[in-house]
Unconditional design. Structure first.
Length: 383
């Protein structure tokens, strides 16, 4: 009698991109007992300096927590964050009104990535390679070429290549050359800028445990608390409005008009300086399908579906990608041809729905008065 085929022979998985989704994915693959190598273009992010204006606080919701729980990291990540029980809406006259929502927690991108990277290293079958920028790869051979900062090149072969290299994915570029690959990207007219609200007498300047929001139709500022008792304020505004403000006095004038209660909390002098520290950042929405090529390569996280941040689900959806893929690996006994096809089949519609909801929230925000937008958000946020 013929032996049943065992697809669980030791496979080598290359995860390209060691951001939030890549680091979590490495844990999932290592936990399955596969040999996994992560290739990240930057130096070891655990030694990277936090750049002021580029911190990015993220709301971690049920989707993301489930995936973290699966690799034993839920509490470790959540304990580094701050629970958020409600939104706090700031009106023009400074009145604050809370709107409660489900179980959410604020986490900061860098420490969360550190923790997941540290955890992946505890598996003997996981190896991290920093300063490895993917330059090119072949879907036919599973062969990748990485370039290092000293100019040297390395060629690496893997059974499965997992593209977790973000919204501007180098892995995805090969997909674009193939027939029947659908792709679209949309830049929205808004940009975002981060400003810091320092502690007052060693304490938070506003109530922590809230997502503070200053909705102003076409503008919006939000503030999320950090463990060091600062708040990161993110100002979302059309690029042409950002560009109209060219002097410190104009910054103060604008804040006086739109967010007056925030000026004493951020500090007028800091505001004048921080506004010009970094240019406003662009936001892109990327949709594509399918997410795989044969039995060789699959896209996950922002590489597969960068979404605009108005629904707060980009990272959460990326984390959910990892758990869905793991479940399908189990279901199809790690038969990669079957797993990858099934993954695209089930995951593309869900991720596209999240991208649509995020864009819908963005459009709603601009088109409707504040109250309507927040009633809508209240409804969808807990999905
Ligand atoms: P990334 O974090 O972009 O990581 C990709 C990694 O790949 C990077 O480390 C990069 O260095 C590496 N890389 C790139 N190119 C190469 C290459 N050629 N070779 C090797 N490595 C490479 N999501 C939420 O869930 N909740 C929120 O509240 C939320 N708020 C947001 C607010 C803002 C302002 C923004 C911009 C985004 C927000 N998001 C939020 C989305 C979230 O930040 C992303 O979805 C998440 O970071 C995606 O993770 P990723 O690992 O897929 O990609």
């Amino acid at each position: 009698m013929e032996e049943p085929s065992d697809n669980r022979q030791k496979k080598v998985v290359a995860v390209v991109g060691g951001g939030l989704v890549g680091a979590l994915n490495a844990c999932f693959f290592a936990k399955r007992g596969l040999d996994v190598e992560v290739f990240e273009s930057r130096e070891d992010i655990r030694q990277a300096k936090v750049v002021k204006g580029r911190s990015i606080n993220l709301a971690l919701s049920h989707r993301g927590r489930q995936a973290l729980k699966h690799v034993g990291m839920e509490e470790k990540i959540v304990s580094q964050g701050i629970p958020m029980h409600a939104r706090m809406i700031h009106s023009l006259n400074g009145k604050q009104s809370p709107i409660p929502y489900g179980k959410k927690s604020q986490v900061n991108r860098l420490p969360a990535t550190y923790k997941l990277t540290n955890h992946s290293e505890t598996y003997p079958n996981a190896k991290l390679n920093f300063d490895h920028k993917l330059q090119d790869w072949s879907a036919e051979k599973g062969l990748m070429t990485f370039v290092r900062s000293d100019g040297t090149k390395e060629h690496i072969q893997a059974d499965l290549i997992v593209g977790c290299d973000g919204a501007f994915s180098a892995i995805r570029k090969q997909f674009l050359r193939r027939s029947r690959f659908n792709y679209s990207q949309t830049y929205i007219p808004h940009g975002y800028m981060e400003l810091t609200m320092p502690p007052i007498n060693g304490e938070f300047a506003m109530k922590p445990n809230y997502l503070h929001i200053w909705p102003r139709n076409t503008f919006m500022m939000i503030a999320l608390p950090n463990l060091d008792k600062t708040f990161t304020c993110t100002l979302f505004m059309p690029f042409d409005e950002f560009e109209k403000i060219t002097t410190g006095d104009q910054v103060i004038e604008f804040f006086q008009k739109c967010f007056p209660d925030s000026i004493p909390l951020i500090g007028a002098d800091a505001l004048r300086e921080d506004y010009f520290r970094l240019p406003a950042q662009a936001m892109v929405s990327v949709k594509c399908s399918p997410y795989h090529i044969g039995d060789k390569c699959v896209l996950m996280g922002d590489a597969a579906h960068a979404v605009v941040p108005f629904y707060g689900q980009g990272m959460n959806a990326g984390f959910e990608d990892c758990i869905v893929f793991d479940e399908i690996m189990e279901q199809f006994n790690e038969d990669l041809a079957a797993v990858l096809a099934e993954y695209s089949r089930v995951r593309v519609p869900d991720d596209h729905a999240i991208a649509d909801l995020a864009m819908y929230n963005y459009v709603e925000m601009r088109a409707h008065v504040n109250s309507k937008w927040f009633l809508f958000r209240k409804h969808v946020d807990n999905i």
